[in-house]
Ligand binder design. Structure first.
Ligand code: ADP
Ligand code: ZN
Length: 722
């Protein structure tokens, strides 16, 4: 069958050129659809792997693939990355000097390019349209397709005319790609690009490797410094609402020895570009920015995003936090949440003249507040907002990791309901709290609310606690705050259930930051990883490209885990394609060799100094779950978190590990077992060959559970000593 051949060929390119073993969800289907000459509309989150969806078909199909991209910096980055993999790619935009542009066009005309990145205005110029008419075109890819929509967050007028392409070149398949999660924008894109008939590919918008954290904003600088301690030497972005805050925070961080820089629209273009470039090249670690920063940055190893101030909507929050962890490695999104910020935004919204617009803004703010104050899984709230259900709590947000304690609050809910009913009018949450606590302030006396039954009925709880209770009751839908009546508290229909016998469970009020949980560790040889990073930096400097163009953090992580010391084994590392192997293989192998021989490598995979032997695939292949688990493992996700993500027990994951090892893939068992590994291996070597496994296990000096024991046996089998 033709598709089978297409799939094989696509897989070969994936491995030989890009160095990857498996496609991510949907990539293969999208590629096949394009190979079939059909249009496609791809909705995939940031980091989902959109680029390969057009790069591979462009390489496979006859002719040149034209990629439309909104930003010059992104084009250059992509072309650098492709060139490093040995793909014939170039870009055509206003940054080129006349001679360079001529050169690119000449290559295009004689069919020497697999991919040509072009700015939309260039593409639709008369001259270029005429050229495209004469050259064989493989396909069109419209990257960041939301730029075509005014509903989107980054409308670009020059994108609007791209719809014409569908008519001018009806036979060239078109692919539109975006990470926008908003349905309204999606429809608009499809209309404007005339992709009504295109097949839609919608991936999950979950970003499982991003951990969502929200902390009450108290002393932001101290809180941020504390947070950064956990991410020393890693790249991150901190968003602030105003330029002034951006500048202040950047200076403060610099004072604390952090390589930070400010970025906002008020900084001159040239300096802004430099900041961006330094960040991309890992020379600056932390960018403090207004939301102006982000679109043009395709940096895969951003490890954290902090919101110093409240984002203006869930959409923005999702977009901005989404800039973390494109490479799939563990990342964190921290938001500092202060009620002062909420009030500030509310006041700003009150000034909005247009009623409809004001309503929209209020809704957006309320959703953001609900997310921040949520006492259920944050990911669920976030994805729920975009209409994607999450069956199980995620296990990777502050609420899941450190669930708030709950208690039976029925009695308080009853008091609150009574009070709200008695007052029944234009009074907000603060006022209700005052009445419940028995205050006799002027306003209360004026309305004679000190005569109410509920007056003082909750005097034994402090105001903050009451606020927390009322907010939760709002989240649970017992009350609403009517914005058109100055946020008056009103009971809903659901409030009738209060006091009907079902207890109302609320989360205990806990002032302060809730963050007792540990970060996921990456199981890797840190010393080696550092050396690899240094080597990558040297090469990148020499070649004048960003470091991730040489190898990604994922690739270096895997090298530090598996320590390949031959070309054969280096080839099996994810992200090492043929071209990169030839270019950089030797240098990296030499470094790893030196590291292993110096004895620095003893914590990791020390297999008697031998090269990793389990690379020869043997045994049955992996099923889908195992392949997925392996990919999570390779990204550095811990056992605990893999289990949580998959919704299975750690024991089950360990069983999969065993199968994975048996299939000839690498799981770093020595690192997993830890310090006792060598002892255990020696004991197994000396075990009575006629004893049963139960007996052998019993005689070990270290207590292993069954799964650990099986893992160890599988490892021995894999390295050929069992
Ligand atoms: P997006 O454009 O959707 O944000 P990218 O195309 O930049 O995502 O891909 C994100 C990262 O994932 C890149 O580092 C890319 O090399 C990597 N990647 C993409 N597809 C695969 C795959 N099949 N296997 C391993 N890594 C992949
Ligand atoms: Zn969660």
């Amino acid at each position: 069958m033709a598709t089978k051949k297409v799939k094989e060929q696509a897989r070969k390119i994936l491995k030989d050129i890009f160095g990857y073993d498996n496609f991510r969800p949907m990539q293969e289907e999208i590629i096949c659809s394009l190979m079939d000459g059909k249009d496609a509309f791809v909705l995939m989150p940031t980091g989902g792997g959109k680029s390969l969806c057009y790069q591979i078909p462009a390489i496979m199909r006859e002719g040149t693939g034209i990629v439309v991209s909104p930003l010059i910096s992104l084009m250059k980055d992509q072309v650098d990355a492709l060139t490093a993999c040995g793909v014939k790619a170039a870009y055509y935009n206003s940054s080129l000097k006349a001679a360079e542009a001529k050169d690119v066009l000449a290559r295009f005309e004689c069919g020497d390019l697999d991919l040509l990145y072009a700015a939309p205005e260039r593409l639709l110029s008369k001259g270029f349209l005429a050229k495209m008419d004469q050259v064989k075109l493989a396909m069109f890819a419209i990257d960041e397709a939301h730029c075509v929509s005014q509903w989107g967050h980054d409308f670009r007028p020059e994108y609007v005319r791209l719809g014409e392409l569908r008519q001018i070149f009806p036979d060239v398949p078109m692919l539109a790609l975006t990470a926008t999660a908003d349905e309204h924008t999606r429809e608009d894109i499809s209309d404007r690009l005339q992709l009504g008939k295109a097949k839609r590919f919608v991936a999950s918008f979950d970003r499982p490797n991003i951990r969502y954290l929200v902390a009450e904003k108290r002393q932001p600088l101290t809180q941020i410094l504390q947070f950064l301690e956990g991410w020393s030497n890693c790249s991150g972005i901190i968003y602030c609402l105003s330029r002034k805050r951006v500048e202040d925070l950047a200076v403060n961080l610099q004072r604390h020895g952090i390589r930070a820089a400010a970025y906002h629209a008020g900084i001159p273009g040239r300096s802004r570009e430099k900041v961006q470039d330094d960040f991309l090249r890992d020379r600056i670690k932390v960018i403090v920015a207004t939301i102006a920063f982000g679109m043009g940055v395709d940096k895969p190893n951003v490890r954290f995003v902090i919101h110093h101030d409240l984002p203006k909507s869930i959409e923005s929050y999702y977009q901005e936090t989404g800039r973390a962890g494109r490479d799939g490695l563990e990342s964190e999104a921290l938001m500092l949440y202060g009620s002062g910020d909420v009030n500030l935004v509310r006041r700003l919204i009150e000034n909005v003249e247009n009623i409809d617009q004001r309503r929209v803004e209020v809704h957006k703010l309320n959703s953001m507040v609900a997310f921040s104050e949520a006492l259920t899984c944050r990911r669920r709230v976030l994805l729920g907002y975009f209409g994607e259900p999450l069956d199980e709590p995620c296990g990777n947000c502050d609420i899941c990791l450190d669930p708030p304690e709950t208690y039976d609050a029925t009695e308080f809910a009853e008091a609150a309901l009574q009070c709200v009913r008695e007052i029944n009018g234009d009074f907000g949450m603060g006022y209700i709290v005052d009445v419940l606590r028995g205050s006799k302030n002027a306003r209360i006396l004026e309305h004679k609310h000190d005569k109410l039954k509920s007056h003082g009925s909750g005097a034994d709880i402090n105001a903050d606690e009451w606020t927390s209770i009322l907010r939760q009751l709002v989240h649970h839908g017992y009350f609403v705050q009517d914005v058109s009546r100055r946020a008056a508290m009103l009971a809903t229909k659901k409030a009738e259930r209060i006091g009907n016998g079902t207890p109302i469970m609320l989360a205990k009020y806990q002032p302060g930051i809730r963050r007792h949980f540990k970060r996921l560790g990456m199981p890797r040889d840190e010393a080696l990883f550092k050396k690899l990073v240094k080597l990558r930096e040297d090469i990148a400097d020499r070649e004048d490209v960003p470091p991730h163009v040489v190898f990604s953090d994922v690739t270096l992580t895997e090298m530090s885990q598996r320590k390949p010391v031959s070309e054969e084994s280096m080839r099996t590392i994810s992200g090492v394609g043929q071209h990169k192997l030839e270019e950089y293989g030797e240098a990296f192998i030499a470094l790893i060799n030196k590291h292993v021989e110096s004895g620095d490598g003893k914590k990791g995979t020390k297999v008697g100094g031998k090269d990793i032997p389990m690379l020869i695939a043997k045994g049955p292949g992996l099923n889908e779950t195992q392949t997925y688990i392996l990919s999570l493992y390779r990204k550095g996700v811990s056992l605990e978190d893999i289990a949580a993500q998959q919704g299975v027990s750690e024991t089950t994951v360990l069983k999969h590990y065993v199968a994975i090892i048996r299939a000839g893939q690498h799981i770093d068992v020595p690192a997993f077992i830890g310090d006792d590994f060598d002892t255990l291996m020696a004991e197994l070597d000396n075990a009575d060959p006629y004893a049963s496994l139960t007996e052998v296990k019993r005689d070990l000096s270290v207590d292993l559970n069954n799964d650990e024991f099986r893992l160890l046996l599988a490892w021995r089998e894999a390295i050929g000593v069992a």
